[in-house]
Design a protein around this ligand. Structure first.
Ligand SMILES: *Cc1c(COP(=O)(O)O)cnc(C)c1O
Length: 389
């Protein structure tokens, strides 16, 4: 299991956390080789999660783009409405196998908190979720969802009162309660072994893409696109395709334009955030700067360390898409395909349409639709009121 991705990754954490990370690594090493664990994971993924998710030909969106075929990997159909379930399930089962009696999680938009609360209920593990106070206000329906699922939500009032502060609080709780508690980290970020574990659980997306596209077309897609917040749906999509010749494109949030938005790979520089060496949006003194994006799920100043390596080696190309273009893509998908996408993958849809326009009609562009848009209706409607898009 790699501790590093090139120069990136590692575990820059207080000494008190080192035994917990080691315990987690060795538990995961043994679980991933255990046929019983793998069978259990596959069964829950199918019966509770609804996997495998389909590939869908977006025929009318393809016509709008006027170039390559556009296909969607439908992670919006996973239980809970996003790919977050894949990771929460895997870590929940791993926690149970480790004999942990309590789950904790951080959440930004609330999607990972909801996924962890669902799994906590299904596995009978009490669940507590840390969430920035500002995010709790912005994402009130998800706070209610978590509570109805039996989780306790702790408001975090330090720092900017958003995701980065919630991760700090969750790490602090974990240090204190590590004997009884597993920390279900929600993206491919943080100290080793989290980026690898999260990538392993999300790689079900890319493995299904490989299998489904071969059986459907007899070959792989030409270009695969995914949005990048912390980078979990993207690394899960890309990882099983890294050794193929498929072109890979990660899409970050550009924000309103003018600033850096939340584009750590496009606009950031190497530094340390939440225990990993990776690309971070920071000021010249190395202080993490405030990010901004219309999509709460992409609003993070760092990114998973494997993406940092893939950026430097050039195996994956990363682009940035602005708020208003993501909102336009939201409306295209609604009008052309009858699908309301989450605003996070709407960034990827926009980049896919842009790429498809420049490619031949025989090419296939596949986009991971990481979640559905019900959670974003209020934001979308608010922007509509502000005038033309
Ligand atoms: C959380 C979220 C993201 C961003 O997280 P990653 O770890 O980068 O995948 C993207 N899409 C949806 C629907 C989300 O809920």
């Amino acid at each position: 299991m790699p501790r590093r991705f090139g120069a990136y990754g590692g575990a820059y954490v207080p000494e008190t956390l080192v035994p917990a990370l080691q315990e987690l690594e060795s538990a995961w090493r043994s679980a991933r080789r255990d046929p019983r664990f793998r069978k259990e994971l596959a069964q829950w993924s199918r019966d509770l999660g609804g996997r495998p998710t389909p590939l869908y030909f977006a025929e009318r969106l393809t016509r709008r783009a006027g170039g390559a075929q556009i296909w969607l990997k439908r992670e919006d159909l996973v239980h809970g409405g996003a790919h977050k379930f894949n990771n929460a399930l895997g870590q929940g089962l791993l926690a149970r196998r480790m004999g942990k009696r309590r789950l904790i999680a951080e959440t930004g938009a609330g999607q990972h908190g909801v996924a962890t609360a669902m799994l906590g209920a299904a596995l009978g593990l009490p669940t507590e979720v840390y969430m920035g106070r500002r995010d709790m206000e912005r994402q009130a329906p998800n706070v209610e969802r978590m509570r109805l699922l039996g989780a306790t939500v702790h408001p975090v009032t330090s720092g900017s009162e958003t995701l980065k502060d919630a991760i700090n609080e969750a790490l602090r709780d974990w240090i204190t309660n590590v004997r009884t508690t597993h920390y279900v980290l929600g993206s491919a970020v943080g100290p080793h072994p989290f980026p690898t574990i999260v990538c392993d659980f999300q790689s079900v997306i890319g493995r299904e893409i490989r299998r489904q596209s071969r059986s459907r077309w007899g070959q792989l897609p030409d270009l695969v696109v995914a949005c990048v917040g912390g980078g979990s749906n993207a690394i899960g999509t890309f990882h099983p395709l890294l050794k193929t010749s498929v072109e890979l494109l990660g899409v970050e949030a550009g924000g309103a334009g003018g600033g850096a938005g939340a584009s750590s790979l496009v606009r950031g520089a190497p530094g340390i955030l939440h225990g990993a060496y990776t690309y971070v949006l920071q000021d010249p003194d190395g202080q993490v700067v405030e990010t901004e994006s219309v999509s709460a799920g992409l609003d993070y100043a760092g990114v998973g360390p494997e993406h940092a390596m893939l950026r430097d080696t050039g195996r994956v190309r990363y682009e940035s898409v602005r708020d208003r273009d993501a909102l336009a893509a939201f409306h295209w998908l609604a009008a052309d395909e009858g699908i309301l996408p989450a605003l996070e993958p709407a960034h990827a849809i926009y980049a896919a349409v842009r790429a498809a326009r420049r490619r031949s009609k025989t090419d296939r562009v596949l986009v991971t639709l990481s979640g559905r848009g019900d959670k974003d209706l209020e934001v979308v409607l608010r922007h509509d009121d502000r005038g033309p898009r």
